[in-house]
Design a protein around this ligand. Structure first.
Ligand code: SAM
Length: 300
């Protein structure tokens, strides 16, 4: 998407002035999205609102005019436009981070089903987009992306109390995470940070902020995270981009206590990268053969 010069009508939200404001705004966004989802749709599918908020977050431009333009485009979009936005976002993710793509499957796949998502679901998507933008998702990320975990509080409100208990889903408050990270020292370039019960990654965020505050670059550290909760790991794979954790990230699905999770995750990551490369090669070869096909000579 690119910015246009025409005046825009966009649902801009509040800009947090302090860190406490930013943390409170995360909860307001979560509640607004939860309300929009449950009043527009009767199913219990937390991956749907999570996916919509993740797509909005991934596609938040740095420039204020562009943010206003994107918000206006999304507000005016019809069903096909919204579906196109979601599909393009997940295609872009797969293209840029094939290593993490298996992790975002729960968020991406709902938009590529046969038959495609119905009108009721897309109406719910529209309500979620409007609620998140009005609650200030763009403004929050513009000023405080490194300070907040959008998805921990969102998953907490979206899941039923029973599901929360089943997933041991009670995340560390950000201030406590910051304190823990400050006590643990500063990881150096090439060193690994391991989170054996990662959830959506709140402790990794705090560690990355500590590294930045001490003059380092989180992208030079190796991040290793494991959890049994696939949806939390999908959110973590989005946070990796929001928090700019860099290219050396291993996100494993498995039991940190019982599994050979690390070796398995390294194998899965290598396979995903190879598959993505093979698909790209096959797509260009197919395009070449299609163009050279003598039975199809008139096609431009
Ligand atoms: C209390 S949350 C803490 C998340 C994060 N560390 C934080 O401080 O915000 C616990 C997380 O541990 C995960 N978990 C529980 N048992 C686990 C196990 N055996 N292996 C991997 N993850 C586990 C749960 O799925 C949940 O996401």
């Amino acid at each position: 998407m690119g910015a246009s010069s025409r005046p825009v009508r966009s649902p801009s939200g509040p800009t947090p002035a302090t860190r406490a404001d930013a943390l409170a705004q995360v909860h307001r966004i979560a509640e607004a999205v939860d309300h929009a989802w449950h009043t527009a749709h009767s199913s219990d599918r937390p991956e749907i609102p999570l996916s919509v908020v993740a797509a909005l977050a991934l596609r938040t431009p740095a420039d204020a005019d562009e943010r206003a333009w994107v918000a206006a485009q999304l507000t005016d979009a019809d069903d096909a436009g919204l579906l196109g936005f979601l599909r393009a976002t997940w295609q872009l993710y797969a293209h840029t981070r094939p290593d993490l793509t298996p992790r975002i499957a729960p968020l991406a796949m709902p938009w590529f089903t046969t038959p495609p998502p119905d009108r009721q679901l897309l109406r719910a998507v529209r309500r979620i987009v409007q609620a998140a933008l009005r609650a200030g998702l763009h403004e929050l990320l513009a000023v405080a992306r490194d300070d907040v975990d959008l998805f921990g509080p969102l998953l907490e409100v979206l899941r039923t109390p029973g599901a929360r208990t089943a997933h041991s889903q009670f995340y560390s408050p950000p201030d406590l995470a910051d304190l823990l990270a400050a006590c643990l020292g500063t990881p150096q370039p090439g060193e690994s940070v391991l989170e054996p019960a990662a959830g959506t990654g709140g402790l990794l965020r705090a560690a990355a902020q500590t590294i930045r505050e001490r003059g380092g670059d989180p992208a030079q550290v190796r991040w290793v995270a494991v959890d049994t909760d696939k949806l939390a790991l999908a959110a973590l794979a989005i946070n990796v981009i929001i928090w700019r954790l860099g290219p050396h990230v291993l996100i494993a699905h498995g039991d940190a206590l019982a599994d050979d999770w690390q070796a398995r995750a390294v194998g899965e990551r290598a396979e995903a990268i190879t598959l993505a490369r093979d698909v790209q090669r096959a797509a260009s070869a197919l395009d070449l053969f299609r163009r050279l096909d003598r039975t199809d000579g008139d096609r431009p």
